[in-house]
Design a protein. Structure first.
Length: 115
């Protein structure tokens, strides 16, 4: 079955950095668009960044210039490098894999940014 396992979340002070990882199994990783979403308490889940199978990327305006998404097809892993973190980045971050009508989610990893 498909598994997306996130890691790398935690507590960090404002201005700090974290690197999230998402290891995939059960899918042909290289053919899937991979994305990171986040959901803060009381808010809807929102797109943070996505990288498609050709390597093109797209970012939410709120994270442009601070976050970088990348993928390693050999390792079947997608990364989210988060720099200059602010308290508003506090949320549960979810990994997503998507191809055509199929979409899969990880269990999420908590990121908390203290002021």
């Amino acid at each position: 079955q498909v598994q997306l396992v996130e890691s790398g979340g935690g507590l960090v002070q404002a201005g700090g950095s974290l690197r999230l990882s998402c290891a995939a199994s059960g899918i042909t990783f290289s053919t899937h668009a991979m994305g990171w979403y986040r959901q803060a308490p009381g808010k809807q889940r929102e797109l943070v960044a996505v990288i498609n199978s050709s390597g093109s990327t797209n970012y939410a305006d709120s994270v442009k210039g601070r976050f970088t998404i990348s993928r390693d097809n050999a390792e079947k892993t997608v990364y989210l490098q988060m720099n200059s973190l602010i308290p508003e980045d506090t949320a549960v971050y979810y990994c997503n894999a998507r191809r055509v009508i199929y979409t899969y989610w990880g269990q999420g990893t908590q990121v908390t940014v203290s002021s």
